[in-house]
Write a protein that binds this ligand. Sequence first.
Ligand code: GRF
Length: 198
Amino acid sequence: MTKRVAILISGGGSNMVALAEDMRGDHPARPVLVLSNDPAAGGLAKARRLHIPTHAIDHKPYGKDRAGFEDALQNALELAKPDIICLAGFMRILTPDFTAKWAGRVLNIHPSLLPKYKGLRTHQRALEAGDSEHGCSVHEVTAELDDGPILGQARIAIRPDDTAETLTARLLPMEHQLYPAVLRRFAAGDRTPVTLQA
Ligand code: GRF
């Protein structure tokens, strides 16, 4: 049975595009919704061009009412009935209530070699630490931020003249390979980790 995938974004949605384009072929899943917490997210227009239903829930009116935002999110998801939720550049932290409700069905891509550098500024932190390599991870989303079981990692070497910007530019294409490869396996019930090396 083809799995239904909802993709949550906040910005440009390049990972969403990579996931959606990979699902156009022979694939165990297909996209049924692209949802953004920012109505102005560039990824919404990209999703419309890919003929994927979109929805925006502006988180700003909710202020600190995370539960209120998530009620609206849950309502939208209950209409789309996804089997899998992919966070793809989604910048809102989800509450333990939400992650428990969707346990085992939410994936996220994070731009570091987890468990290193959870949270933000991952490229800068890898550079500041003098690391020789960097990368991205796809993991199952659990109550703790950027902490769930790892389902895939892609590694790149850090070069002496690298900056956060050059690392970002070199890592993003690897994200666009890793996330679709992980989703393809996950949707087929295969949790064998994917490992990629630039
Ligand atoms: C990516 O670096 C991703 O790892 C992080 O958000 C960034 C932007 O993603 N979660 P996208 O271009 O909006 O998919």
